[in-house]
Ligand binder design. Structure first.
Ligand code: GRF
Length: 226
């Protein structure tokens, strides 16, 4: 019985690449959940477009290979995508985890990872998403809308911006927030917990997608709760 459980745990360790453009706090949260044994994954590499990304020193400190690849150094999105695919193949990456990555993912990469690419959005999609809605732009829009609830969305990535099937969401009460920065801080705390949990569910449980709905077939999570 124990052997069976270990086998299930062992076989579900996923090889992931994290894509991050900035501070990298979600990347760090994911790394910590992995090292605490709460997320069955192994970070094969960090991919960034920004050599000043805060994620880089963290990755280097923890001996995670880093690749800085910027679309502006390639003649077409396809060439950029092929360079990304080469790195992903070299590291046998099974899942792509976007954590504050600001560049458009080329179509050839999206097509090579059908329902195996995940993104985090700092609001409750489908509201406050789409082109230009990233970082503080999202929190400013939420603040000025007068909404009293914001939240976090983890979703699969497809060709449409911020419109892939939703994996998990958590609402955040922002009625007491006095500015967009306070909203951002409150939402970020939840991001760091929700992203590892959602990834764990994706990696452990078989799922099917009908239209935009994701249905998980294994409701009980194996091992420690994330
Ligand atoms: C997060 O708010 C995430 O939801 C969004 O970009 C931000 C990245 O923050 N996609 P960090 O780089 O993980 O600290």
């Amino acid at each position: 019985m124990l052997y069976l459980l270990l086998k299930i745990e062992g076989s579900s360790v996923k090889k992931i690449a994290v894509f991050a453009s900035g501070r990298g706090s979600n990347f760090q949260a994911i790394y910590r959940h992995i090292t605490r044994g709460e997320l069955p994954a192994q970070i094969q590499c960090l991919i960034t477009d920004n050599f000043r990304a805060g994620a880089i020193p963290f990755a280097e400190k923890h001996r995670i290979p880093v690749f800085v690849l910027s679309p502006k150094n390639f003649s077409s999105p396809e060439d950029f995508g092929q360079a990304l695919l080469d790195v992903l193949a070299r590291f046998q990456v099974e899942w792509i985890v976007l954590a504050g990555y600001l560049k458009k993912i080329p179509d050839n990469v999206v097509n090579a990872f059908p329902n195996r690419m995940v993104n985090i959005h700092p609001a409750l999609l489908p509201a406050f998403g789409g082109k230009g809605m990233y970082g503080m732009n999202v929190h400013r829009a939420v603040y000025h809308s007068g909404a009293q609830v914001s939240g976090v969305t983890i979703h699969l990535v497809n060709q449409e911006y911020d419109a892939g099937p939703i994996v998990m969401q958590q609402a955040v009460d922002i009625s007491g927030c006095r500015n967009p920065e306070e909203i951002a801080a409150k939402v970020l705390e939840v991001e760091h917990q929700l992203y590892p949990r959602a990834l764990k569910r994706l990696f452990i449980s078989p799922f099917t997608i009908t239209g935009k709905r994701v249905e998980f077939h294994q409701l009980e999570e194996i091992g420690k709760a994330g």
